[in-house]
Design a protein around this ligand. Structure first.
Ligand SMILES: [Zn+2]
Length: 478
């Protein structure tokens, strides 16, 4: 008789339909992607019950949490029991890994699993010198990520015949690898741009004619501008699809429009989370991506994860269509079948049918930002993406900008620094300054100080952008 670990892997694998190739020309896994909502709940419930038992038996961290909540080994029998499971916060994970170095006890993986069929070590991104959180995954996990990634890319329109250039970092973050293996499975050759510099990537695009570009939204702008500076045209390049991750850019209408105009290509969004949704949790389909002036919705991979929307204070589920914070349970990993992990992004979910034919619910407007990135200024609350959208709607304003928030004279102040779109003399700075100030007043409802600096002054972003500097935190006047 197989043990719980094998039972879990068998169940996950049994539900992984069309594991090696697409089922038809529209959907990679047609039966899953167009399943009824009832069938999706059934699949989720069956996997949830076994994931729970697997964690009960094999994860010290989780068993402790379950016991503390008064649960027993058979307490979770289906999807209706989901909310009995306590949520897990990032900080709890941190403490567990600090107390039990180097891996922590949340993962059900044993040392022998790691050495027998370990695939790779990953870490959270973070740029500080502090010890990153680490995650081990097995070859079983790799194959599941690959399959899920292929489903998402297929929904975006990537097909055999495409050639991809993957410009995520070849390192310990998950983005590069998930995409790389998925493209391999799809029969799409990959030019690994991860270890190259921008000059080289431009050469690769210009010479080897890839049709799919994967990178952060900031880098899509940076690379396109660098091509223009080199006298080449991204519009006329071979790139027809951009698969962007790492920032909410593809869901910020003005940024999406800017990138799509720059490359004359469609810009897709692909998001996940290193802790709980290593393969794509959300992705845009070829129907959603047609939107040009409104935010795109991203499908949620519901047979492979359970996305919940909870009220941030009560942690109780909110009604569909209401905004709340995203909590996710993983239903496919051997190393991290994490249940009810608080991703913390604000989300609104819509499960009405999508024009593409998929039945999986969508995050309306994608992910707008994490709860801890929500800016509170003079009684107003908004995400930095609102500022980005307002600035990038203006064609005579450059791609880069900086936002500084200070507290003086008992008041919060926002200052935005922009560049003109091209080199113009200082005497011509007033029109863009006034337009940006007007646009921000319109979208935020407060006056914003705008400074224009010469083109090329602000730092160019090559990976994830750091554009917001909230100086209030340092002096504790939040
Ligand atoms: Zn769709």
């Amino acid at each position: 008789m197989s043990d719980i670990r094998n039972q879990w892997r068998d169940l996950v694998r049994r539900h992984a339909l069309n594991f090696d190739q697409p089922g038809n020309d529209r959907f990679w896994s047609p039966e899953l992607e167009t399943a009824s909502r009832e069938r999706l709940r059934e699949i989720q419930g069956e996997k949830l019950a076994l994931a729970y038992r697997y964690l009960w038996e094999c994860s010290t961290f989780y068993r402790g949490k379950f016991e503390q909540a008064g649960l027993g080994p058979d307490s979770i029998r289906g999807i209706d029991d989901l909310t009995r499971i306590p949520v897990t916060h990032r900080e709890q994970w941190l403490v567990d890994q600090e107390e039990h170095p180097p891996w922590g006890t949340f993962s059900p993986l044993r040392q022998e699993d790691w050495t027998e069929r370990g695939w790779m070590l990953f870490t959270t991104s973070g740029t500080t010198a502090a010890q990153p959180r680490v995650f081990r995954h097995t070859t079983f996990d790799r194959d599941l990520w690959t399959w899920l990634g292929a489903r998402a890319l297929y929904a975006m329109g990537v097909r055999r015949g495409d050639v991809a250039i993957n410009c995520f970092g070849y390192g310990t973050s998950v983005a590069f690898w998930g995409l790389h293996y998925a493209l391999n499975l799809m029969g799409v050759p990959v030019i690994p741009g991860g270890g190259s510099n921008t000059e080289r990537r431009i050469l690769f695009i210009n010479t080897y004619k890839p049709t799919v570009l994967t990178c952060t939204p900031s880098y899509a702008l940076y690379l396109g501008r660098a091509m223009e500076d080199a006298g080449l045209s991204p519009q006329e390049s071979s790139i027809r699809l951009l698969v962007c991750a790492g920032e909410p850019g593809a869901c910020v209408p003005a940024t999406k429009k800017r990138v799509e105009n720059l490359w004359h290509a469609k810009m897709h969004d692909d998001f996940g989370c290193t802790e709980v949704a290593m393969a794509p949790l959300g992705y845009t389909c070829s129907e959603q991506v047609r939107k040009t002036d409104t935010p795109v919705d991203t499908h949620l991979m519901e047979d492979a994860a359970i996305p919940e929307v909870l009220h941030p204070d009560t942690m109780e589920p909110v009604a569909e269509g209401q905004a709340g914070i995203l909590v996710v349970s993983n239903l496919y990993s051997e190393a991290q079948p994490i249940l009810r992990y608080v991703m913390g992004d604000w989300i609104t979910v819509d499960s009405t049918p999508c024009a593409c034919g998929r039945t999986h619910a969508r995050a309306v407007g994608g992910l707008q930002g994490r709860n801890d990135n929500l800016l509170k200024i003079r009684g107003l609350m908004f995400f930095p993406a609102v500022i980005e959208d307002s600035i990038r709607r203006l064609v005579d304003v450059g791609d880069e900008f900086k936002v500084e928030i200070t507290h003086r004279d008992s008041m919060d102040h926002i200052k935005v620094t922009i560049e003109p779109a091209s080199q113009i003399p200082k005497s011509s700075y007033d029109p863009p300054r006034e337009r940006v100030a007007r646009a921000l007043k319109g979208s935020l409802g407060i006056n914003v100080e705008v400074e224009v600096v010469p083109y090329g002054t602000l730092p160019r972003t090559q990976f994830k952008a750091q554009r917001l500097f909230d100086m209030r935190e340092k002096i504790g006047k939040h």
